[in-house]
Design a protein around this ligand. Structure first.
Ligand code: BGC
Length: 794
């Protein structure tokens, strides 16, 4: 460190005055300016333009299979599967990674004490390299928690928060600053390839689940990035698809959950999405990222792009997309040039930098947290198992097909019974140490299984796996192994076993949407398997139960009558088999409810004609003609009967709802609804109480009813009751009037409907609103460039 001549003179004078001591020395030596929690503005003022341009652009990342840049040679863009990636930053290769396998890093600026932050996926668990440099003496596995769709089906925000606390501990203890999750896009269409990463078709569920998990993760002093903001509801042509959607549908459906999450949990960051929204990339839309997200909702943290998302780094800065990921030096150069030629104001760049720094000062990298690389994985596996069992949904249970009693001998069919799917693929996948198969889970729980059948499956799968091609890249996934032909075995199995269990599995992930044939609909081998087993077992008076090990909605209507029970186990994380066995065996009474509708047929889906867009061969745009009528909002208003409705799920016990009371019959500022739920069956269980509101229909279309509040009871013993209360505020009454750019609650009669599903309403009450209330006026935003022929059902 250099001492300037001025401070050198000062030291000499003080020494001469006899007052030299270490304290005075510290005060007088000119300390270099270093980032602190309270000097962010001063740091911004001290940064050079080049430093600012580096901070707002990530350090690049080592794309698997991508050659490192050659020293002295200008790095070139590379093509992966027709998509051009900008050249990576040589720093990504030259600066040793803090956490191998993490998705990205920000640049450090050591001169000012600004550390690099490490960010890593993903929604179901921390995605990092489990084995480093081939060293098997120490591993870095993470917990694969159940996927988001399962967590949402628990309808239990406390439980989801508990998952977040455990999850965030792994983020911190593995040295990561920001988790690139949770995902919270709306399930617009069952074929969405990433639906498993997302919670629900309903924004209230999605928003509250997100807030619960974000609060849990962030309680560890690490950040999150809620994603993908916004209207990113498909994977087909995801990097440039233009989503055309009305401002009302955006505000009531696609943005609403993000707003709830920002207000209730202040995520450290938000990730903008890949798609265009009404003609402009989301990462380049100022109205989306600044007007709505920061000004209207009050996000304090920063916005980052999705990896290689958007096109124009200067437009991204202007829009308030504060960080470009994974980052390329050419983006920093463009930002510097734009400030120099006046096309980007330094004021805007400073604002972007300031937001970044205000998060950096909270990060473990800044506080130099000494992470252990040894989170308590066994404890977290218990949380994963508990959450998994709580989010499974019992869809069908004729004549007490479930629970299985321990003495029963089970014939276990279906490839995925032996090769269970813990979670989806892509950045939503987790490098876990193990996954408990259903077969293992059943054996662990003490069930007797048909061993010869299990042996045949094990041999078949081992053989087929050897023949499976290796994935060519991150987006390539070999086709699933066809179901084993059991025709020659079912008769013997039906004679020897007491019940049959069949698992049907599905997997998907980023980069592609699911297909209708052989994915949404069962393939012929699966149909044959169900039919063959059902015929043989039913002929002997024995029952057949299907477990669905899936990440998104599939057809159930065409085959459900052939079986006695269906347990929707979703993709339950690394403790999959144990958790499924917990529910099948009745150790856990199922209490999950659908947070997404299972339609009678795909053609009933409101977006069926507008997914994944046009032209069909390579969609460039997709128009959300269904407007606000997404999920149950459509099925209810259009009077289309689903196979299993939103909110649906059975239990091994029964509940009775009673005494719905409203605090007033006239709405003033708020109304409180109370309702009592009693377990009227003979075993302990939990019930989800759902409160829907039906609003008066005046000038604009409104859904028949909308979920406004929900809660899960505690575990109620047989005969036990619990009274729950919910507060309804003015905002809950309001719809978005585009013509007035305002949320307005219309005067009139509102009906409160409380029940155990959207179609199982147990209690009703109503109140009146005397005069319209303008709940909130907002700034016009997100306007479509073209007219949309939106569905009207009024
Ligand atoms: C995904 C993001 C993910 C990012 C970093 C992208 O391909 O869309 O969800 O966080 O990669 O891995």
């Amino acid at each position: 460190m250099k001492i300037s001549s001025r401070s050198g003179i000062a030291i000499v004078i003080m020494w001469a005055a006899g007052s030299f001591n270490s304290t005075v020395q510290a005060q007088t030596k000119k300390q270099p300016l270093q980032l602190r929690a309270n000097n962010v503005k001063q740091i911004v003022a001290a940064m050079t333009l080049e430093e600012k341009s580096k901070l707002v652009v990530g350090m690049g990342f080592k794309m698997p299979g991508m050659p490192p840049p050659v020293k002295g040679k200008k790095p070139e863009a590379i093509d992966i599967g027709g998509f051009k990636l900008p050249p990576s930053d040589p720093d990504a290769y030259n600066i040793p990674e803090k956490v191998p396998g993490a998705a990205g890093r920000t640049h450090a600026i050591p001169r000012l004490g600004i550390p690099s932050m490490t960010v890593s996926d993903g929604p179901a668990g921390l995605r990092i390299e489990p084995i480093r440099d081939g060293d098997k003496s120490k591993t870095y596995y993470a917990t694969a928690f159940p996927v988001a769709t399962l967590l949402a089906s628990s309808w239990d925000t406390q439980l989801v928060n508990k998952v977040g606390v455990a999850f965030g501990n792994e983020v911190r203890e593995y040295g990561v600053d920001i988790l690139l999750a949770p995902g919270m896009n709306i399930h617009r269409n069952p074929l969405g390839g990433r639906n498993f990463e997302y919670y629900s078709e309903d924004p209230l569920v999605a928003g509250n689940m997100t807030a619960a998990i974000v609060n849990g993760v962030q309680s560890n002093g690490v950040g999150t990035s809620i994603k993908h903001y916004a209207a990113n509801n498909q994977e087909t042509n995801r990097n440039s698809i233009n989503t055309i959607v009305s401002e009302r549908a955006m505000r009531e459906i696609y943005l609403k959950g993000f707003g709830i999450a920002v207000k209730k949990s202040q995520p450290w960051t938000v990730m903008s999405s890949y798609n265009k929204l009404n003609g402009t990339y989301t990462s380049e839309r100022r109205d989306l990222l600044t007007t709505v997200l920061k000004d209207e909702w009050g996000l304090k943290g920063f916005v980052m792009t999705d990896w290689f998302g958007g096109k124009d780094p200067v437009a991204q800065m202007k829009a308030g997309n504060d960080l470009i990921m994974p980052g390329s030096p050419s983006q920093s150069e463009a930002i510097v040039a734009a400030v120099k030629d006046g096309s980007l104001s330094i004021k805007q760049l400073n604002a972007n930098v300031e937001r970044m720094l205000s998060v950096i000062v909270k990060s473990p990298s800044f506080t130099k947290y000494k992470y252990s690389d040894a989170p308590d994985l066994p404890a977290h596996a218990k949380v994963a198992r508990e959450a998994a069992a709580q989010g499974m949904v019992l869809l069908k249970n004729d004549d007490h097909a479930l629970p299985f009693y321990p003495a029963k001998r089970i014939a276990v069919f279906g490839n995925t019974s032996y090769d269970i799917i813990a979670g989806g693929t892509g950045s939503g996948d987790v490098n876990k140490a193990y996954t408990i198969s259903l077969m293992q889970g059943l054996t662990n729980a003490g069930f007797k299984v048909q061993e010869k059948l299990s042996g045949s499956y094990a041999a078949y799968l081992a053989d087929m796996k050897l023949k499976q091609p290796k994935p060519k890249n991150f987006f390539d996934h070999p086709a699933p192994i066809p179901e084993m032909d059991v025709n020659g075995m079912v008769a013997d199995e039906a004679a020897g076993a007491d019940e049959a269990l069949i698992t049907i599995g599905r997997n998907a992930g980023e980069g592609a949407d699911r297909k209708l044939e052989g994915d949404y609909y069962l393939n012929d081998a699966e149909k044959g398997l169900i039919r063959g087993v059902a015929d043989a077992f039913h002929a002997k008076g024995k029952k057949v139960v299907v477990v669905l090990n899936i990440g998104g909605v599939i057809d159930v209507a065409s085959w459900r009558d052939e079986v006695d029970g269906i347990l929707l186990a979703w993709q339950p994380g690394l403790e999959a088999g144990n958790a499924i066995a917990d529910v099948l065996g009745g150790m856990v009474n199922p209490s999950g409810k659908l947070a997404t509708t299972f339609p009678m047929d795909y053609k009933d889906v409101p977006s069926a004609n507008n997914f994944p867009g046009t032209p069909a061969a390579k969609p460039e745009s997709v128009t959300y003609e269904e407007g606000i009528y997404v999920g149950y909002r459509y099925y209810d208003a259009a009077k289309v009967k689903p196979a299993y409705e939103f909110g649906y799920g059975l239990s091994y016990t029964k509940f009775k709802f009673s005494d719905l009371k409203l605090s007033s019959s006239n709405f003033m500022r708020s109304i409180t609804a109370t309702v009592t739920v009693k377990n009227t069956g003979d075993i302990a269980g939990k019930e989800v109480v759902q409160l829907y509101l039906s609003a008066p229909k005046k000038d604009i279309d409104k859904p028949e009813q909308e979920l406004k509040a929900f809660a899960k009871t505690r575990l109620l013993a047989a005969g036990e009751s619990q009274t729950l209360s919910f507060t309804i505020k003015a905002a809950d009454l309001a719809s978005f009037y585009t013509s007035r750019e305002a949320w307005i609650a219309d005067a009139g009669k509102y009906e409160v409907r409380v029940g155990s599903s959207s179609r199982q309403i147990e209690e009703k009450a109503s109140f009146k609103l005397a005069k319209d209330i303008t709940v909130e006026k907002v700034v016009k935003a997100l306007t479509p460039e073209v007219a949309i022929n939106e569905l009207k059902l009024k």
